[in-house]
Design a protein around this ligand. Structure first.
Ligand SMILES: *[C@@H]1O[C@H](CO)[C@@H](O)[C@H](O)[C@H]1NC(C)=O
Ligand SMILES: *[C@@H]1O[C@H](CO)[C@@H](O)[C@H](O)[C@H]1NC(C)=O
Ligand SMILES: *[C@@H]1O[C@H](CO)[C@@H](O)[C@H](O)[C@H]1NC(C)=O
Ligand SMILES: *[C@@H]1O[C@H](CO)[C@@H](O)[C@H](O)[C@H]1NC(C)=O
Ligand SMILES: *[C@@H]1O[C@H](CO)[C@@H](O)[C@H](O)[C@H]1NC(C)=O
Ligand SMILES: *[C@@H]1O[C@H](CO)[C@@H](O)[C@H](O)[C@H]1NC(C)=O
Ligand SMILES: *[C@@H]1O[C@H](CO)[C@@H](O)[C@H](O)[C@H]1NC(C)=O
Ligand SMILES: *[C@@H]1O[C@H](CO)[C@@H](O)[C@H](O)[C@H]1NC(C)=O
Ligand SMILES: *[C@@H]1O[C@H](CO)[C@@H](O)[C@H](O)[C@H]1NC(C)=O
Ligand SMILES: *[C@@H]1O[C@H](CO)[C@@H](O)[C@H](O)[C@H]1NC(C)=O
Ligand SMILES: *[C@@H]1O[C@H](CO)[C@@H](O)[C@H](O)[C@H]1NC(C)=O
Ligand SMILES: *[C@@H]1O[C@H](CO)[C@@H](O)[C@H](O)[C@H]1NC(C)=O
Length: 743
């Protein structure tokens, strides 16, 4: 036994020893150059982004004299020269220049320094000494400035990755590079500022298999020859908004597997022959200028795992062949079907040279097909997008019932916007406990039934827009418990019955905008609510500029957030208009075109912050309360088409921001007040009140004519009112902003 062991041992020793003898040790000068290179950097974990990064050079020691065994180093078996150096994700931080010892490793064939931080260094011209390089990767390493001519002299290069730095390729330019480096197989220049057109000479790069030119400021027409490169499998030219081009006919021998054109100005139709790209598994052409119908041949792309078509001029229906594909492939090919991403996380967070690039690697968690004319139903697939943050399908021609899972399929869902489609049927139970929804907009559809009670589970809801549907039932008083609710738009529906009284005085405490116009609501104006809508009692000038939701998510190494502005349609100063953004300080009530009766309550004066008030087209009686003169920031007051009587209180002349006033078609009598804004209103503001007299009406007021208001009235107003003329310049600026927005 022992003999056998000894025999084995000596055999092993013999093999080992002879092997060591054959294998030459690394050369002293190269070993020294490596150590010098190591010494010129600081090791800093944050210099590398890859979670598995570690400092490979830590193990490099002078004592362990065979540098060929060092981490990241590879030597030629015959000569012992270092031929490959892989220091990717090695936490190296520091500057580099041409005197770096790295350039003494003249036998290098592969050099990978990606994912380090070279502190905004230029790519040193000394790189020309590495004339045997076939593979060079300097990506994501904080290089900056112009790419040196010397890179173009590395005539053996077949792999070049300079992406995700802050480099320029302008002098020399892309044309020179393409004409010099003709053997290139993989060329990655994403984020390099190229700012030129693509040269036709690209079609000479017949070995090319991958070409990445994302975000390179390219312009001009894309050479179609590139699509025909016989070996090209992966083509990405995303986010070059000035790059135009069209898709040529594709033939069956095309090896294309990935084609990403998102965010360019490619135009024309998707050719039917796209169905010939049988290896294609990624097709992203969102946010381009494509038009025409979607070719049914897309359904033949059985390998497709990622399809993005949004933000184009496509029209017509989604070919059923695609849905067939979804159903067929979902389990076998992990097919992720996107009609449209909202946007591609193209966010530039710049705190260090690295953050800028994280956006490339984020998964799509926002989904939007907004502003296309897509038809059909919401694919049930949506229910599987369990980490979706924002779903925006607004302004399409989608129809059918809303999926039952809507609003509950994702615990992270913050925005749900289905405005302006053709959905019908009932609104499903939209919220479960813990919902993060901040905005729900189902307006401009054909939805029926009542507002689902489950909305009380949306405790973070700030904006609920359900206008322009056929929703019935009573006023959803139970939404009063949603303390964040700011905007409630229920206009143009079939709501009926009385508004009723609040059950406690803590209901709708944050409400800024209420639009119940054009329903069938009856009974008195809800004066008890006017007393408790606390947010309307103050003139808010300190809030943020616009009402918006912060949407976002966290990944292990990254946190992303964005602002989504709330929007609505509202009738203001006689015009119905879309508000793309809503000023935070806007306070407005529209109860017009209902069946409200009784008097305008005195407590209306509590709503100090109100800017737009529309009570027109109701059955209101009694006189106009003089206390409305205390609503100092009121800009628009519409009381037209009611049964109001008595005189127009002269106190209303104190409303110096009042730009629109309408009391037409009532039973008002007496003289029209004079002065300030009242000198600007046209006759149409007063028409249809046979008892009214004075300018601007032609009816004269007998001996009172023109003498109003008498001085005593002014004194009385100023004396008794608590008018807080809080006309700080802030209020005025705020008001100007509203004007601006309207314009
Ligand atoms: C990084 O560059 C700055 C500016 O060029 C320089 O001051 C600093 O010393 C450099 N840091 C390292 C670690 O090289
Ligand atoms: C190159 O960098 C080294 C440090 O790595 C520095 O000592 C030397 O001055 C630099 N040379 C030039 C020309 O900037
Ligand atoms: C391709 O290369 C050949 C020879 O180098 C050259 O004559 C030709 O102009 C090139 N083609 C293009 C489109 O640049
Ligand atoms: C088909 O496309 C390949 C590469 O995409 C090209 O090499 C070949 O010439 C094309 N064949 C025809 C008949 O167009
Ligand atoms: C996109 O198409 C529209 C019309 O279809 C055209 O007006 C517009 O100029 C195009 N944009 C670009 C960048 O080509
Ligand atoms: C799909 O491919 C088959 C044959 O591979 C072809 O007959 C059919 O026309 C293609 N369908 C479409 C919609 O292009
Ligand atoms: C739809 O897109 C057009 C053109 O890009 C834009 O003008 C319009 O405002 C968009 N509409 C909506 C509702 O986003
Ligand atoms: C959703 O995912 C489940 C498995 O997670 C799968 O069985 C189901 O088919 C998917 N539904 C749709 C509509 O894709
Ligand atoms: C919208 O869809 C309906 C059918 O649901 C269709 O009749 C109509 O033409 C479509 N409109 C547009 C603009 O695509
Ligand atoms: C709130 O959500 C829970 C599930 O999380 C559900 O059981 C409950 O019915 C919802 N409340 C209402 C009023 O619908
Ligand atoms: C008030 O509402 C009515 C009907 O709803 C509308 O016609 C009118 O234009 C609105 N007034 C203002 C000032 O917007
Ligand atoms: C006032 O309202 C009536 C409808 O009641 C309308 O006809 C008239 O145009 C409005 N006046 C102004 C100035 O808008």
């Amino acid at each position: 036994m022992l003999t056998r062991f000894l025999a084995l041992f000596s055999l092993y020793y013999l093999i080992f020893a002879s092997f060591s003898l054959v294998q030459p040790l690394c050369l002293d000068d190269e070993s020294f150059a490596l150590l010098q290179f190591k010494g010129s950097f600081i090791i800093n974990q944050s210099a590398s982004d890859d979670p598995s990064a570690y400092p490979k050079v830590s193990s490099w020691k002078l004592e362990s004299d065979d540098c060929c065994s060092w981490d990241g180093v590879e030597c030629d078996k015959d000569t012992g020269h270092v031929i490959s150096l892989d220091l990717s994700s090695s936490c190296l931080y520091g500057s580099i220049n041409s005197s770096s010892s790295l350039f003494r490793l003249v036998n290098l064939q592969r050099l990978n320094l990606s994912d380090n931080n070279f502190n905004d260094s230029r790519i040193p011209s000394g790189v020309r000494q590495l004339s045997k390089l076939a593979h060079l990767d300097l990506s994501f390493s904080c290089f900056s400035g112009q790419i040196p001519l010397e890179i173009l002299q590395l005539s053996k290069l077949v792999y070049l990755d300079l992406s995700r730095n802050r480099l320029k390729l302008q002098n020399p330019d892309l044309r020179s590079l393409v004409e010099k480096l003709t053997n290139m197989k993989k060329l990655f220049l994403s984020d390099v500022n190229i700012s030129s057109a693509l040269p036709n000479s690209f079609s000479n790069l017949t070995s090319l298999t991958s070409l990445f030119l994302t975000n390179c400021h390219l312009h001009g027409e894309f050479p179609t020859g590139i699509f025909r490169l016989p070996n090209l499998e992966d083509l990405r030219v995303r986010f070059n908004p000035d790059l135009t081009g069209y898709q040529p006919e594709f033939n069956r021998s095309s090896p294309l597997k990935l084609l990403k054109l998102t965010g360019t100005s490619f135009y024309g139709k998707l050719p039917d022959s796209i169905g010939n790209l049988k290896l294609l598994h990624d097709l992203e052409v969102g946010d381009c200028n494509f038009s025409g119908p979607l070719p049914p041949s897309l359904g033949n792309l059985t390998q497709l795992a990622n399809l993005r078509l949004g933000e184009n001029g496509f029209h017509g229906s989604v070919p059923s062949s695609i849905y067939r594909l979804v159903n067929l492939e979902v389990s076998t090919n992990f097919l992720l079907f996107y009609l449209e991403p909202i946007y591609e996380f193209w966010i530039l967070v710049r705190t260090s040279c690295k953050d800028h690039f994280l956006s490339h690697h984020l998964p799509s968690q926002l989904y939007s097909v907004s502003n296309n004319t897509l038809t059909g139903e919401i694919p049930l697939m949506i229910c599987n997008l369990s980490s979706l943050v924002s779903l925006d399908l607004s302004y399409n021609n989608l129809s059918g019932l809303l999926p039952k899972c809507l609003g509950t399929f994702s615990d992270s869902l913050t925005i749900l916007n289905l405005r302006h489609n053709k959905f019908h049927g009932n609104i499903p139970q939209t919220c479960k406990k813990g919902s993060k929804l901040k905005m729900i907009d189902f307006s401009e559809n054909q939805l029926q039934g009542s507002i689902p009670r489950s909305l009380v589970n949306c405790t973070m809801l700030e904006t609920l827009v359900l206008g322009n549907n056929q929703i019935n039932g009573g006023f959803p008083f139970w939404l009063g418990v949603l303390h964040e609710l700011r905007v409630l738009i229920l206009r143009y529906n079939e709501l009926q019955g009385a508004i009723g009284k609040p059950k406690s005085n803590l209901e709708f405490p944050n409400l800024h905008i209420l639009d119940l116009s054009n329903n069938h609501i009856t009974d008195k104006l809800p004066f008890e609510y006017f007393q408790i809508w606390k947010a309307m009692h103050i003139i808010d000038v300190d809030g943020p500029m616009y009402m918006q939701a912060t949407t976002g998510f966290e990944l292990p190494s990254y946190e992303w957030s964005d602002q989504y502005s709330y929007s609505m349609t509202f009738t203001n100063k006689g015009r119905e208009m879309p508000y793309e953004k809503i000023l935070y300080s806007l306070i407005a009530i529209d109860l017009s075109s209902n069946k409200f009766e009784g008097e305008i309550p005195e407590v209306m004066q509590n709503l100090k912050g109100i800017r737009f008030l529309n009570l027109s087209h109701n059955l209101l009686t009694g006189s106009i309360p003089s206390s409305l003169g205390k609503l100092t920031v009121l800009e628009s007051l519409d009381l037209s088409q009611n049964k109001l009587s008595g005189e127009i209180p002269p106190q209303l002349t104190q409303l110096t921001f009042l730009a629109f006033f309408n009391v037409s078609n009532n039973h008002l009598t007496g003289p029209i007040p004079h002065g300030k804004q009242f000198d600007t209103f046209p006759n149409k503001s007063f028409d249809g009140n046979p008892g009214l007299c004075g300018i601007p009406l032609s009816m004269k007021c007998g001996h009172f004519e023109g003498s109003l208001p008498p001085p005593s009235t002014f004194e009385e107003i100023n004396h008794d009112s608590n008018l807080q003329f809080d006309f700080s310049w802030k209020v005025i600026v705020d008001w100007l902003n509203i004007k601006e927005e309207e314009g």
